[in-house]
Design a protein around this ligand. Structure first.
Ligand SMILES: [Zn+2]
Length: 103
């Protein structure tokens, strides 16, 4: 009887023997299953997030400009994009500088 494990239910405190679900409230108590479930949940969350970002990118003004049929608009988008990157770089540098000064 080495495989017998007593698991306490986190939600109601009932002790269960070799059960995946609590005999009292039905809560999942198998640690392996709980871990598996939470990993799958996290994976799904990340996947959803990536999908959402993809949609946001494709719907963005800049993305549309960069894939425009006129080359002039695409050049304009490229310039706009580099300016935006530079502004972000300066902005983050200033934020870092402010943090360094105040520290
Ligand atoms: Zn329970």
């Amino acid at each position: 009887m080495n495989n017998l494990s007593l698991i306490k239910c986190k939600s109601c405190g009932t002790f269960n023997r070799n059960l995946d679900h609590c005999s009292n409230c039905g809560e999942l108590i198998n640690p392996t299953l709980i871990r598996k479930l939470s990993i799958e949940k996290r994976k799904k969350k990340i996947k959803d997030q990536l999908k959402e970002e993809q949609v946001t990118t494709e719907n963005s003004f800049l993305y549309k400009l960069q894939n425009h049929r006129f080359w002039l608009v695409r050049v304009f988008a490229a310039v706009l994009h580099s300016v935006w990157v530079i502004i972000m770089a300066i902005g983050s540098f200033l934020a870092w500088l402010a943090a360094m000064i105040s520290a």
